[in-house]
Ligand binder design. Sequence first.
Ligand code: PEP
Ligand code: MG
Length: 754
Amino acid sequence: MAAPGLAIRGQRSLLRQIREALAGGGPAQARLDMVVRIIARSMVAEVCSIYLRRAAGDLELFATEGLDPGAVHVTRLKPGEGLVGEIVRLGRPLSLSDAPSHPAFSYRPETQEDPFHSFLGVPLLRGGRTIGVLVVQNRTERVYEDDEVEDLQIVAMVLAEMVAAGELLGGEALKGVEIAPQKPERVKGAKFAEGLAIGVAVLHEPPMGPSQLLTDDVVAEEARLEASIASLRLQIDEMLDGRHGLVESSFEVLESYRMLAHSSGWNRSLAEAVRDGLTAEAAVERVRSEHRARLGQARDQYLRERLHDLEDLNDRLLRHLSGDGQTARELPVGAILIARNLGPADLLEYDRSKLKGLLLEEGSATSHASIVARALDIPCVGRLPNLRDKVSEGDRVIVDGETGEAFLRPRADVVKALQSRMDVRAQRRAEFEKLRDTPAFTRDGAKITLLMNAGLAVDLDTLAETGAEGIGLFRTEFQFMVAEELPRFSAQTQLYARVLDAAGDRTVTFRTLDLGGDKVLPYLEADREENPALGWRAVRMGLDRPALLRLQLRALIAASRGRPLRIMFPLVASVDEFRSARALVDQEVAWAARRGRPPPSRLDVGAMIEAPSLVWHLDALLPMTDFVSVGTNDLTQYLFAADRGNPRVSDRYDTLSPPLLRALQAIQQGCADTGTQVSVCGEMAGRPLEAFALVALGFDRLSMPPQGVGPVKQMVLSCDREAARRGVAALLRSNAGSVRNEIETLARKLYVAI
Ligand code: PEP
Ligand code: MG
């Protein structure tokens, strides 16, 4: 018997043989039989079988070379049954030198598989779902080489796409094979952004279709690959030269990218994959899966970091292959975007007029993608595990941001119920609109200033619509996140001037760049950090690299053109930081004056209170600020030591809890004692119940996402502040972890609209 070996590579690759066999047409079963025969011969295996998943989840033997042909369409394995079921369960290959001794082995007499000992099975994966299993077997007890496992995986990748695209089995033969789920499904997740939407599913990272996997023109494909690698190398060299600015800190990372991009191993693997008939993109995916398989299990920190570098390098190469700077996909109208997780910049790249909703497998309500979703008024539900396996592109889906659920392929009655809830929401919005010009006074006469959080030029339209009295937090980093490269002085000045123009007499508080943490810029290389939320971010970055911060301050002063200007620094953790930051503002004002430019008619410089350290140094901080604003998103994160972007811990601690409320009370008290203007601008300010607690604590400036303004105003108008103050003061002494229920009961008792 010939020694089993590898035959995928070479003159006439296995993939090309399969393609040629299929091009011949003929009945579906005959074509499938031919495919298993080719694979068996090419892999020097005595058996090759394909199992496909039926709608009920059973795996059915669809074709075999080497087992008893009578078993085809007879042998069926329940989910999790046998080695094939085990592969589906694991979602990865299983290689055994003696299959019958494996505990999951299930003997099926009709297959006549007694003589075969070694077994290699790989899943047919499509969009993260296992739609079948491809198996090869040999008589001898042998160990399959890594290369053979990888080769079979490539074949499986191509077969899966062919099955899904109907290229392998005709419509009739495919009947009952579950390529994609068809049944309606309701999935419970978490609310990230309010609202309701129905639309068509669009995958943020769609699986590659078969036509995108294989190429007939190997020479052209090789040229495309080479050109892209060359432009990738050039880009890395340019970054190393510092031409893209701000790269000093990341030489080490870039050096390692450069080494990898020039490494003969990486280049050879890619070139070989293309010579085997894969497209350049599929070659990248294949090399990526090889790296993952080899390095993914590594315990060694260094090796795991190299995997991270390689992943990044592969992503970069894919961007180069798709033409420079790969922009977001064109969306159909009414798109519901589906992703594992999204960075805020990814989300901002999509056409907002077509994007109706967002569903995420991970994420958290205070992550910046969620904040951007709220800013764009796009309902978002997150923490929907394995969602991408449950839904296909084009499926109809509902995002229910009120209950935190997703409905996949909903039945007509569910759609109808949704439609009537959408009508109710529209009516409520109309009610809020009627309140637009009503000033927000509590029933006992306290004026509450309601402001809006913004960050994009498009937000400016909303300012008038909501009736907000100004912008309490303008997140300037959003402009940087949507840009392809560092926005220049003129672009920054223009945006700030537009914001001030649109605001007219209303106040605007510009927050200086709050980058780092989860707000990363593709063009701004920075060292990877173990703990980005606790790392080099926000004002820390600004003070250490003052050029960027000074440019921004200069742009803000230029944009003010003699109008009032309010500047606020994010994540100040010590009074010294505030002192230094403020000194930069003074320098820039002096710089403008020396050039005869009009200074702002009034300049207010403030700090965000987000680091708990400041709560115990208010007596020092407040006299040197013109105002402060409490960022409860970060304050909560740092107070409870719970990463706001990590779903496991982000909702573990309640904002309506004695520790946070007491910290807020201390801030409010300190500000009242020193006459310092204070606002709250975290997400909690936009939720009526939380806003009720803030008003009770004495806060009278709240800045929130635009959709919060109407409901919070309704709350304020119905609230007796003095009664609220007494009730909440008593609850602050509670020994409970959370007093949410108690505050809600209090609000209801006082007939407050929450
Ligand atoms: C906050 O931390 O509460 C805040 C308003 O800032 P951001 O959410 O942008 O970090
Ligand atoms: Mg913050």
